[in-house]
Design a protein. Structure first.
Length: 279
């Protein structure tokens, strides 16, 4: 059976609690989908730019999302904005492109104009024509950048660290998503909660996992991402976990997570052949 292409499915990875494995999840979900022959765009709206420098050499980035959303002053003094598409770069991973971030995006956190919040929505709307999947990495805080990402998304995934108080801040995130649904009439859906940094040898991790399952029930991913040093070293080498350490626990877990994500979207996987199911 062959692949039937989905239509620009957009997924935001979000949790404003630091240390949740948010960027690691965004990068390896995007790379995992690309490895399965899906044309994928990873959008980095985190001013820390960690997803960007995972796949790109920072010194080679001359146009970024700050130029698209905030604009810049040209050499002749004119205020200009680059098109969103100008901030997109090919990566070394086949089928994976990346919209590059920059620290200047932090200025958007002071923006309260709803017309600016909706910029990414229209950019993603156009990108849906070019990509099968659009994955959005977000900053570890609430604010306009997260609002932009959620507004532009069909689904969201919450990575949750297996630690004390694993659900800290989740209620605040729920409020933000409720606001997006109420004000902008967008029906963004929870695709699932993913437990990360899991160590089965510790009681705390087991309790955290149980808490996530009790809270999210069927929305909790069966896959858990185990602690693995290769997940830490891969970005330093500008690689996904699949290229850096293909036989590691990290690669094994994220491969399973990608398959489970596709299953939740009713996209069946048989080796490298894919098709939509009951869609």
């Amino acid at each position: 059976m062959g692949k039937k292409i989905p239509h620009g499915i957009s997924i935001t990875i979000c949790n404003h609690k630091g240390g949740s494995g948010k960027t690691t999840t965004a990068c390896n979900l995007a790379a995992g989908l690309a490895r399965l022959d899906f044309k994928t765009l990873l959008i980095d709206v985190d001013p820390q730019s960690n997803a960007t420098i995972t796949f790109l050499d920072r010194t080679l980035i001359d146009i970024h999302l700050g130029h698209a959303f905030l604009g810049f002053q040209s050499q002749n003094g004119q205020f200009m904005r680059h098109p969103f598409a100008n901030a997109i770069y090919e990566t070394a991973v086949p089928n994976l492109d990346l919209a590059a971030s920059n620290l200047s995006l932090s200025k958007l956190n002071r923006i309260i104009d709803s017309s600016d919040i909706i910029e990414l929505y229209y950019a993603v709307k156009d990108a849906r024509l070019e990509y099968d999947f659009i994955i959005i990495d977000t900053p570890p805080n609430l604010g306009p950048l997260l609002d932009m990402a959620l507004l532009a998304s069909n689904y969201y995934i919450i990575p949750i660290e297996a630690a004390f108080y694993p659900l800290e801040g989740v209620s605040d995130l729920d409020e933000t998503i409720g606001k997006i649904r109420r004000i902008h009439k967008e029906n963004i859906q929870l695709l699932g909660a993913l437990v990360t940094r899991f160590d089965q040898r510790t009681k705390i991790c087991g309790q955290a996992y149980s808490t996530v399952v009790e809270t999210f029930k069927d929305a909790a991913f069966e896959t858990v991402i185990r602690n693995n040093t290769k997940l830490v070293t891969a970005p330093a080498l500008n690689q996904s976990i699949y290229d850096h350490a293909p036989t590691s626990y990290g690669a094994e877990d994220y491969t399973q997570f990608v398959k489970e994500t596709l299953a939740r979207l009713k996209i069946a996987v048989d080796g490298r052949n894919l098709m939509l199911v009951n869609s």
